[in-house]
Design a protein around this ligand. Structure first.
Ligand code: PMP
Length: 306
């Protein structure tokens, strides 16, 4: 699909025209996946455009970088300001932000100490899993690809190389006609979606897979846990076998890009009544209410673009 690009991007300390933000083909990250990145959204709110959980996302970026010894030559505050600035300069309000830090040009060995390049891009983005899916839900399948084992690649780092696994899962699902793929962990137990965390609802409670199930510790997942508990809905972090996908009353997928997407079937079997259930609807209302102003932001999650 043709993409229209925004006018400006932030790269290595300065705003520049989108087309000028290039890298050398021998940059380390291009060959070895040695990048760390974030996906963040900004929303139009009654108090003007705001970036959702900006500091929490940037903190995770630095933690991902720490795991791989990637030194980011900017402070969190500097990158936070870069995020606000690209949105302002591109005249965007409801947008997706992509900070990325990667090993650049300067060595070809695996353990080479290369300089770190940093960029922040932004663009307009609607629902990630397709138009209308927040209402209708998606048909998901269990992937034939497992997530990586915890002693191979750390799932808790949001690193470029991890997304080879995500691409296999997502592309297989699309090829077979599904909206998204769900992966099992190397234990055979449930892990997460290609780029989303999972919540399964049983008897009014929300169950989500734990950090030890090769998941990315999602910020949306944390947001939903917080909102649910704050509203008297019990949330349990636990391992679950595959068949729970066929037995749950409701299932939702969540992530910055996917937001809160209902799952209406898994492997062709309807989830509950085959449409978004009451807990999913309630969680969607609470989540999107943060941006509409109907859910009070008691946690300081909205960072004004200014
Ligand atoms: N799992 C994976 C593999 C992801 O890529 C994402 C998206 N970043 C998520 C879960 C959800 O994380 P978050 O809510 O922080 O966007």
């Amino acid at each position: 699909m043709a993409m229209t690009y925004p006018e400006y991007i932030w790269q290595n300390g300065a705003i520049k025209p989108w087309a000028e933000a290039t890298v050398h083909v021998m940059a380390h990250a291009l060959h070895y996946g040695s990048s760390v990145f974030e996906g963040i959204r900004s929303y139009e709110t009654p108090n003007g455009p705001a970036i959702f959980r900006l500091t929490d996302h940037l903190k995770r970026l630095y933690l991902s970088a720490k795991i791989y010894d990637i030194v980011i030559p900017y402070t969190i505050d500097e990158l936070a300001e870069a995020c606000r600035e690209v949105i302002r300069r591109n005249g965007l309000t409801k947008a997706y932000l992509r900070p990325v830090a990667f090993r650049g040009l300067g060595g070809f060995g695996l353990s080479a100490d290369t300089p770190t390049d940093v960029a922040v891009a932004t663009w307009e983005m609607g629902p990630y899993l397709g138009p209308g899916v927040l209402e209708t839900g998606i048909d998901a399948c269990v992937s034939s690809w497992q997530r990586f084992a915890p002693n191979t690649i750390p799932a808790g780092a949001k690193a470029g190389g991890n997304y080879l696994s995500g691409q296999l899962i997502a592309r297989e699902a699309r090829r077979l006609g599904f909206g998204e793929g769900i992966a099992l962990a190397s234990t055979g137990l449930l892990s997460e979606g290609a780029g989303e965390n999972l919540f399964l609802m049983f008897d009014g409670q929300m169950h989500t897979t734990p950090a030890s199930a090769a998941i990315l510790n999602g910020i949306t997942r944390h947001t939903l846990i917080t909102l649910a508990r704050d509203n008297g809905i019990e949330v349990i972090e636990r391992d679950m076998p595959r068949e729970y996908l066929y037995l749950a009353d409701e299932i939702l997928m969540c992530g910055t890009a996917a937001e809160v997407t209902p799952i209406k079937s898994v492997d062709g079997k309807p989830v509950g009544e085959g449409k978004a259930g009451p807990i999913t609807r309630r969680i969607q209302d609470l989540y999107f209410g943060l941006f509409k102003g109907t859910t009070e932001d008691r946690w300081g999650w909205l960072d004004p673009v200014g």
